[in-house]
Design a protein around this ligand. Structure first.
Ligand code: UTP
Length: 506
């Protein structure tokens, strides 16, 4: 059970639950499940029914009852039976970016002040999406439990919690933290928070909510059994936060606390600046519904979605579509990427906007991914396919941008210190890449504060550095607080929340 007492709209089975005239509610049992599956061409789902234990039957019935059959039929029809041609646009323009954050500039100062005021007034909540499957990282627990601190081994969740401590102290406010999980990692995530005593945050300000799951389908549009009594399902993508917010009454909870905007971030972005006052300020001053941060693309084929205006509508085009829209590969005479607004998935969402998008959620786009999906054969044996054999359907939060009723609010950010996504251990967007990036970033702070940091011939930092975001969130704050520190001998450096050095070695 989640903390909110979940209610679902639009997840009705195709068979009415009430018996007309009887005033009674028909229980969802084997017979109704059978009828429902037959009516939707999915009767094979019960083919192992006779050999299932009672508990497996109950679990399978619960899965079937939760399926939104009208939605699934639409997705199978649109994406499996008919392969839709890519959308075409007359005109694709780069989204105009607001360069951040030169505090000397008048509008940046005004934005910063407005953001601070909103934080002090308690208008901001934090929304973390942590319901993904984390397949590429291959870590056994929830991704947020990954021990990212190279010296301290602190988890991603703990680093995010320390940022919240810092902001709450600075702005004398309570920042409610809403954490979206999925069926697969809900229990483990809650247990991790319990075990770590909510990282010192007030428990009533940390709320978990579950996103919905959708069945995976094979190349004929048939649901897949991953074991004789279990459907293969996947969470409905980070865009699932829109229904999850409403169906779990997060909007009501937020409004009750005086919160009217949510700072959205992803669990695997270690460096994410949560509730960044600049960003909040631009959002507030422009009276925006949904705002975004953007990092400039390094090269035209970089594997990142791009913020664009397509025939007047705000879109993010996935990198997998670069060859469909070749203008996105254009560079200017200096070799700079023209469509340069890369998507780091950092947003502010107005609570009222989420409610409006939900009211129009039938128009929210779905996407399919062709994947290897393990399945059971007719003998009930598990088969691990060698190549993609089915589809997962999901929604993306950036598609909410096409619902905004105003000019884009798109801030250009530097990646260092803001964006270190962790998708795998090594290579692009990895743990190792994030360590390297943060070592460089924090080395800059240390040097600015007078602490010598070793560098090799290429200027790389050969030691691990880690600074608790509770101790300092910005370089200025670090320099101010670091005045009283006595620097250790050069080696790995980890600075705890209270400014103590931990785990250093020469
Ligand atoms: P990714 O799309 O990178 O997925 O999610 P992932 O689950 O972390 O990793 P892979 O693709 O399986 O390797 C980006 C962010 O969106 C969240 C993730 O938890 C991560 O913070 N997310 C993704 C959800 O909350 N729900 C989803 O259904 C999908």
């Amino acid at each position: 059970m989640n903390a909110f007492g979940r209610r679902i709209r639009g997840g009705e089975p195709a068979i009415p639950a009430a018996i007309p005239g009887a005033g009674a509610v028909m229980p969802f049992n084997e017979s109704t499940a059978k009828q429902c599956l037959e009516a939707n061409g999915q009767e094979h789902v019960l083919r192992f029914w006779d050999v299932l234990a009672q508990s497996q039957r109950a679990a399978l019935l619960a899965q079937i009852e939760g399926i939104d059959f009208p939605l699934m039929n639409r997705l199978i029809d649109e994406w499996v039976r008919n392969k839709p041609p890519p959308e075409t646009f007359e005109k694709i323009e780069p989204v105009p970016l607001i360069p951040v954050a030169d505090i000397a500039r008048q509008d940046a100062k005004a934005a910063f002040d407005a953001g601070e005021e909103a934080l002090r007034a308690g208008r901001v909540g934090l929304f973390l999406v942590a319901g993904g499957q984390g397949t590429r990282l291959g870590f056994s627990g929830p991704k947020g439990a990954y021990p990212i601190g190279p010296v301290s081994r602190k988890s991603l969740f703990e680093f995010h919690a320390e940022k919240i401590h810092n902001l709450q102290k600075r702005y004398e406010c309570a920042l409610p933290w809403y954490i979206m999980v999925s069926e697969a990692n809900d229990a483990a995530t809650r247990a991790f928070f319990q075990e770590h005593e909510f990282f010192g945050l007030a428990e009533q300000n940390v709320r978990f909510l579950q996103q919905r799951m959708v069945p995976c389908v094979d190349e004929q549009g048939r649901f897949i059994l991953e074991s004789p009594g279990k459907l293969a399902m996947n969470p409905n993508g980070h865009g699932g936060c829109i229904p999850a917010i409403i169906e779990n009454d997060v909007n009501t909870d937020a409004r009750g606390r005086g919160v009217d905007m949510l700072s959205y971030f992803q669990v695997d972005n270690w460096a994410a600046k949560v509730a960044d006052p600049f960003f909040i300020g631009y959002h507030v001053l422009r009276n925006a519904e949904m705002s975004s941060k953007n990092h400039r693309k390094n090269h035209p084929r970089e594997a990142v979605g791009v913020h664009c205006i397509c025939d007047g509508e705000y879109r993010v085009i996935e990198y997998t579509a670069l060859d469909i829209y070749p203008q996105l590969l254009e560079t200017d005479e200096d070799g700079k990427v023209v469509y340069d607004a890369g998507n780091p998935a950092i947003h502010i969402l107005a609570v009222g906007f989420v409610e409006r998008v939900y009211a129009n959620y039938d128009k929210f786009p779905w996407w399919r991914a062709h994947k290897k999906i393990p399945y059971v054969d007719d003998a009930g044996d598990l088969i691990e396919p060698d190549s993609a054999n089915g589809y997962k359907f999901e929604t993306f939060v950036f598609d909410a941008l096409r619902f905004i009723n105003h000019e884009p609010v798109a801030l250009a950010i530097e990646r260092a210190g803001e964006y270190t996504p962790i998708k795998r251990f090594d290579g692009d967007n990895s743990v190792v890449g994030a360590w390297k990036s943060m070592n460089q970033y924090w080395a800059g702070w240390l040097e600015a504060a007078g602490c010598p940091v070793p560098r090799d011939g290429e200027g790389e930092v050969p030691v691990n550095i880690e600074i608790s975001p509770q101790f300092a969130l910005t370089q200025d704050e670090f320099i101010e607080k670091a005045k009283d520190l006595e620097w250790p001998d050069v080696g790995n450096i980890a600075l705890a929340a209270d400014g103590a050095f931990i785990g250093q070695s020469g």
